[in-house]
Write a protein that binds this ligand. Structure first.
Ligand SMILES: [Zn+2]
Length: 106
């Protein structure tokens, strides 16, 4: 995943967006529920959900766990005031996003 995409996704998480288990049809980044709308952090609110491709069940499960993890990391990050811990959380978010990207490639 490109750095720029990752930072846009992180911004969306920090803004309080909830990551959904569907991808944008245009740029394949994860879609978010934000202020009652489904938005793509890269394309904005004109996001079109991609057709969910049939995926092997264990991979699908891993993906769900990673999404849940990201949402919980974002919640922790929102509350964190310690600078070092903030950086640690940001790194965890980045690694989780990279893991998700690898799943899609695989
Ligand atoms: Zn998009």
């Amino acid at each position: 995943m490109q750095e720029e995409k990752i930072s846009k996704i992180t911004e969306m998480l920090l803004a309080g967006g909830k990551m959904l288990g569907v991808h944008c049809g245009s740029c394949m980044s994860p879609l978010f529920q934000y202020q009652g709308k489904v938005v793509c952090p890269v394309c904005g609110d004109k996001a079109k959900p991609a057709k969910e491709e049939a995926k092997a069940a264990p991979l699908k499960r891993v993906e769900e766990v990673l999404y849940a993890k990201l949402n919980s990391l974002a919640e922790q990050l929102a509350k964190e005031t310690d600078h070092t811990k903030t950086l640690e959380l940001l790194n965890s978010i980045k690694s989780t996003l990279e893991a998700l990207e690898k799943l899609k490639e695989g």
